[in-house]
Design a protein around this ligand. Structure first.
Ligand code: SAM
Length: 255
């Protein structure tokens, strides 16, 4: 069993004694039945990992741990990817949230496109997406949990992202001249941030494409096949992460 990982707000330093309380303390003692001397992993949510040893249990309500080591997490990409996801039907959104978290996105922006199918019980579903992303981060060893923002109407989203740095691409199956490949290769120096917009099952309508293009999103084709929204999101995030981020090692062959 992999060592339990806990989100513990930092900063913390080697040798420091931390008090873990509440739900996390109960998880360590009642659920995982850990005891004095057991090791746990901690991360601060800002990209720092650590290891700690249980020193003392005060019932189920508080666990004292000593920080044994601290390091900068290796699992964060230098490329900040903002996936602008035209909200699909609910089950697909769970798949997208989990997979793009593993692929290292920085943020998922939920966009209520005109052809998005509204969800019932939105608030609870939104909190569920956050839990899915936290679980995916913990599982893949990230020390950051991607931000989930929205759900945004188009105008709200454009106000939110306006002025923020980064390359901007809009995946559009109706694009006939500009390819994803050409658009990526046009960036001689890889950007540090990228905003990738993908439509819902019904796609973006032509007016949405026009409005987003005016905001600097370049419509690009991903080739002759029509991909499902979840396929397109995972594919474009992986391609950007491979070309500009940390997926598949560096050109020098370093891992
Ligand atoms: N209008 C599409 C159709 O005719 O079936 C439906 C949209 S597609 C299922 C969902 C989204 O994936 C699109 O809005 C687009 O963002 C992206 N996508 C799928 N295939 C694509 C392609 N070949 N080129 C660019 N984007 C694509």
């Amino acid at each position: 069993m992999s060592r339990p990982r806990l989100l513990v707000s930092g900063p913390w330093a080697r040798g420091q004694v931390l008090a873990i309380k509440g739900r996390d303390a109960r998880r360590l003692t009642r659920v995982l039945r850990l005891g004095k001397g057991d090791l746990i992993s901690i991360f601060d949510g800002q990209g720092v990992e650590g290891g700690a040893r249980i020193l003392e249990l005060r019932g189920w309500a508080e666990v004292k741990v000593e920080v044994l080591w601290v390091e900068r997490a290796q699992a964060e990409s230098p490329l900040k990817i903002h996936l602008v996801q035209g909200l699909p039907k609910w089950p697909k959104m769970e798949v997208v949230a989990q997979k793009v978290t593993e692929l290292g996105v920085e943020e998922v922006c939920g966009l209520l496109a005109r052809r998005s199918v509204p969800w019932s019980g939105e608030g609870e579903k939104w909190r569920r997406l956050e839990r899915i992303m936290e679980e995916a981060s913990r599982q893949c060893g990230r020390a950051n949990v991607p931000k989930l923002s929205g759900p945004w109407k188009l105008e709200e989203f454009l106000r939110y992202q306006r002025g923020k740095p980064g390359a901007r691409l809009l995946l559009w199956e109706g694009e006939r001249t500009n390819s994803l490949k050409a658009a990526l290769e046009a960036w001689k120096i890889p950007p540090e941030q990228v905003w990738l917009a993908v439509g819902p099952e019904g796609g973006f309508d032509e007016e949405e494409v026009k409005i987003m293009n005016q905001e600097g999103y370049t419509p690009v084709s991903m080739g002759p096949r029509i991909l499902r929204t979840e396929t397109a999101s995972m594919a474009v995030v992986a391609i950007a992460q491979y070309l500009w981020g940390d997926m598949g090692g560096r050109a020098s062959g370093m891992p």
